[in-house]
Design a protein around this ligand. Structure first.
Ligand code: P6P
Length: 334
């Protein structure tokens, strides 16, 4: 369990980022400023999400407009924080049709892809929603431009998400394992709750929208049936919030498999490669799990377009391997 904030070993996200800067990054301070700006953005969005209703921020907005307004404000918060970090050259956002090149006075070396507020359709039912980020480094000394966003050799420097649930949790990796923090709203700091988090090798939960069963391919149908009607052992439990960050956070913590395959409504999948699937796949793989689009790791899928979608299957190693085993059988049988 996490040490109390009075314990000298208590680590806040701010302390952790500065310690990482000294320990491994030998950095110019750009990543430190960037991560601290991102954590600040998530704190602001957390407050927006939690007070949006009572502060009458959305009184005149209804339904979809309420969702649009929330996303627009969250987007503004993230973009302002990213620009003011002086560490970002280009921003890709789910909310912006095109990549945003940061003005020369503020431009820095990183490319950042964000989904500022994800999982919204049910926000009026108070379901958990989240923010997702991916930090890319093009690896040379030239400051990035919009054309560099799809550069094949971009390296993932860090990725993570904030989950606005019963508590606000921030899960992040800089390539040295996964760390989890919970926001202590009394002091406004994220407190580390798990260091070098490793997910179970196998779970007992599958997470998929079974409303699309009729449009799944046989591979997905056969796999889900095998989980529901096993030849031996107990059936898996079904869990599906319909909010990607919530469903994947549960998968990270308890194991199992999350799936959003292609279906008739989304022939190439629904979830966005750059700022939803890649960051989540990075976290899951850093925690010892696996990700795939059905044929390769999500991290190896080359983006051709900034808002490209992909089928995604990720989770515990043994569960994803079992699914891929079926996949290879179905590929061989074609
Ligand atoms: P479906 C929410 O709308 C979202 O973008 C993700 O958060 C979630 O995983 C998915 O779509 C749910 O989609 O088609 O199951 O409602």
């Amino acid at each position: 369990t996490a040490p109390s904030r009075l314990d000298p070993s208590c680590t806040t996200l701010t302390k952790f980022i500065f310690a990482e800067e000294n320990r491994i990054w030998q950095s110019t301070g750009e990543l430190t400023r960037l991560l601290n700006s991102i954590q600040m953005a998530t704190k602001s969005v957390s407050a927006l999400v939690r007070r949006g209703g009572v502060s009458h921020l959305f009184t005149h907005a209804i339904g979809k407009q309420k969702e649009t307004k929330r996303k627009a404000i969250a987007n503004e918060i993230f973009i302002n924080m990213l620009i003011s970090s002086y560490s970002v050259g280009v921003i890709v956002s789910e909310e912006n049709p095109k990549p945003l090149e940061v003005d020369r006075d503020h431009r820095g070396k990183y490319i950042v892809a964000i989904d500022p507020l994800e999982g919204l359709p049910d926000v009026d039912c108070n379901t958990a929603i989240g923010s997702i980020f991916l930090i890319l480094d093009k690896g040379d000394d030239n400051l990035p431009t919009a054309q560099d966003v799809l550069f094949e050799d971009n390296q993932i420097t860090a990725a993570g998400y904030a989950l606005y649930g019963s508590a606000t949790t921030l899960v992040m990796s800089t390539g040295e394992g996964v760390n989890s923090f919970v926001l202590d709203t009394e002091i406004g700091e994220y407190i580390m709750t798990e260091s070098n988090l490793k997910m179970p090798k196998k779970g007992n939960t599958y997470s998929i929208n079974e409303g699309y069963t009729s449009s799944w391919d046989d591979l997905v149908k056969n796999y889900v049936n095998a989980k529901k009607f096993p030849h031996s052992g107990k059936p898996y439990t079904a869990r599906y919030v319909g909010s990607m960050v919530a469903d994947i956070h549960r998968t990270l913590k308890h194991g199992g498999i999350f799936m959003y395959p292609a279906n008739k409504e989304h022939p190439h999948g629904k979830l966005k490669l750059l700022y939803e699937c890649k960051p989540m796949a990075f976290i899951i793989e850093q925690a010892g799990g696996l990700s795939t689009d059905g044929t390769r790791s999500i991290l190896d899928v080359k983006p051709r377009e900034v808002h490209q979608t992909t089928p995604i299957f990720l989770g515990s190693t043994n569960d994803v391997r079992e699914f891929l085993g079926l996949a290879s059988k179905s590929v061989r049988s074609l």
